[in-house]
Design a protein around this ligand. Structure first.
Ligand SMILES: [Zn+2]
Length: 199
């Protein structure tokens, strides 16, 4: 699955990283699960792991050095702080918003405006290296902030998950990153709890 802007999440095959956020910037946050929980799980722990995620998300394997990897991980922390706060109707931390503003400004400077007889269009550089990936994620976050509905930005209700996603369901009733994963686990957990309290 490759991101092409505003789109619906799809069910991935079991071997692929799960892209369920509906926005690349949210799925980038989801490369770390269980934010702030007892056992976070990291899927972008080094440049190679992050490049593999990019290959899946953008259809291109970028060259990412150690320094760019650190900057991407800093951006991920800021994106998570901003969108996780919005998901629970809290004010995003000022430092995170400021870092995002700097990244968006840098990314905007790298965009090209092409003007033809058909009109104008922005062109982002292809995500072939760490900085281009960072810029793409920053512009994706800007797109979500400007065009998304805050009430549709959600944090998975699954126990120790905390994945973020943009809820496109008709009545904005989606609660889980993946019904087959967190939804089912939670149903089983609540069933067992009811059994225990009934015994
Ligand atoms: Zn979940």
């Amino acid at each position: 699955m490759v991101y092409t802007g505003f789109m619906s999440p799809e069910q991935p095959s079991p071997s692929e990283p799960q892209l369920v956020g509906g926005f690349a910037c949210l799925d980038f946050c989801n490369t770390l699960s269980g934010w702030g929980g007892p056992g976070p799980r990291e899927r972008a722990g080094d440049p190679a792991a992050l490049a593999a995620w990019c290959a899946h998300a953008f259809g291109e394997t970028p060259w990412i050095d150690r320094e760019e990897w650190s900057r991407l991980i800093r951006l991920r922390a800021a994106l998570h702080a901003v969108f996780d706060a919005i998901a629970v109707q809290a004010e995003p931390p000022a430092e995170a918003a400021f870092l995002l503003q700097q990244e968006v400004a840098e990314a905007a400077a790298r965009r090209r405006l092409t003007v033809t007889a058909a009109g104008g269009a922005w062109q982002d550089p292809p995500p072939v290296d760490g900085s281009a990936v960072r810029h793409r994620l920053a512009m994706d976050a800007l797109d979500l902030l400007l065009r998304g509905e805050p009430a549709r930005l959600k944090r998975c209700a699954g126990h120790d998950c905390a994945w973020l996603f943009y809820d496109r369901s008709k009545n904005a009733s989606r609660r889980w990153c993946l019904m087959a994963d967190c939804g089912t686990t939670d149903k089983v957990r609540r069933f067992r709890q009811r059994q225990r309290s009934g015994a």
